[in-house]
Design a protein around this ligand. Structure first.
Ligand SMILES: [Fe+2]
Length: 322
């Protein structure tokens, strides 16, 4: 299976590999169905832009690195509830959020790589909550690679799930970090560091961020991790993952510290499984899985079906996606 932009869907050669969900996160079309043109229009109408499909080229690719959808969707809905509570001037549903963090943490601590699910597979109204969960998933892996212990990872994840919570009370983009900070720091059970994640996630190391244009060490590491993961997830919403990754790599030493950028590159693959790629030899291939090195996946040549592990064949290079 592989993710594709919805406009590339071809009912003659593809079927759904993962369900498609409606605006409320309920199954609209189940897996292994062929999507009828009428339904395809319906999916586009609610703002779904990515489908995960099975086709001849992606056969045998299990996307087992991807977080399982029920777990992911459960946390997405918890974040949605948190936004609704705050918008309704009710207290944050802290217990649910902590349970969501525990679920993500369990996945991240037990597996070498967890891939988020593109938020564009969801209806548009759910995408902001899916974004928050994906930021938390990536941030936990960055934190893990930096040697964070479990309590630190929990504080990091709760801050990431709530980093945009200020948007529940203000439509002014520049104001949401402060609004979010005020909401989270009012909750006694949450570490103040988690509130600072919301406060600082749009700051940049060189003082080009907002709301305070802080610089250097004042930009906390937790907030940098949230900031880089949020930037990547937004870029990957518009660009192929490897282009989003290149943009992120370009922020090293300017927007984010080199240490944080390096940790990000160590933990997030530029060519996730299911990506169709071109090799420097001119041959086309598809990424089948990631083994030991995030940036050196296993690739299947489309012409011959032969698999090569780029972690072992160090002279074979990917030039881009196709
Ligand atoms: Fe934000």
């Amino acid at each position: 299976m592989r993710p594709i932009p919805i406009h590339q869907y071809d009912e003659n050669t593809m079927q759904l590999a993962k369900p498609a969900y409606d605006r409320r996160g309920r199954v609209l079309l189940s897996a292994s169905q062929i999507v009828h043109p009428k339904y395809l229009e319906k999916l586009k109408e609610i703002g779904i832009r990515t489908l995960i499909v099975e086709d001849a080229e992606s056969r045998g690719i299990s996307l087992e690195e991807m977080i399982d959808i029920p777990t992911w969707l459960d946390v997405v809905q918890t974040v949605e509830e948190a936004f609704a509570a705050v918008a309704g001037k009710k207290p944050l549903p802290l217990r649910g959020l902590q349970q969501g963090v525990a679920k993500l943490l369990k996945e991240i601590l037990s597996r070498p790589l967890i891939l988020p699910i593109p938020s564009s597979t969801m209806a548009e109204n759910l995408a902001p909550y899916a974004h928050a969960v994906n930021v938390a998933i990536m941030a936990l892996q960055v934190g893990k690679s930096l040697g964070y212990h479990e309590l630190m990872l929990r504080d990091l994840a709760i801050g990431c799930l709530l980093h945009d919570i200020g948007k529940a009370v203000t439509s002014e983009s520049q104001e949401h970090p402060v609004a979010g900070f005020d909401i989270i720091r009012g909750v006694r059970e949450v570490n103040l560091l988690s509130a600072h994640i919301a406060f600082q996630h749009h700051e940049r190391l060189d003082g080009q961020g907002y709301p305070r244009a802080i610089r250097g060490n004042a930009f906390l590491e937790y907030a940098q991790i949230c900031g880089i993961c949020s930037l990547y997830d937004h870029l990957a919403d518009e660009l192929p993952p490897h282009e989003a990754m290149e943009r992120v790599m370009g922020t090293s030493g300017t927007a984010f510290s080199t240490e944080i950028v390096q940790a990000f590159v160590r933990t997030v693959p530029a060519y996730p499984p299911g990506t169709k790629i071109r090799l420097m030899s001119g041959e086309d291939g598809i990424v089948t899985r990631i083994t030991t090195h995030m940036q050196r996946p296993v690739v299947r040549r489309l012409a011959t079906g032969e698999e090569i592990s780029l972690a072992e064949e160090l002279t074979v290079m990917i030039t881009g996606s196709i």
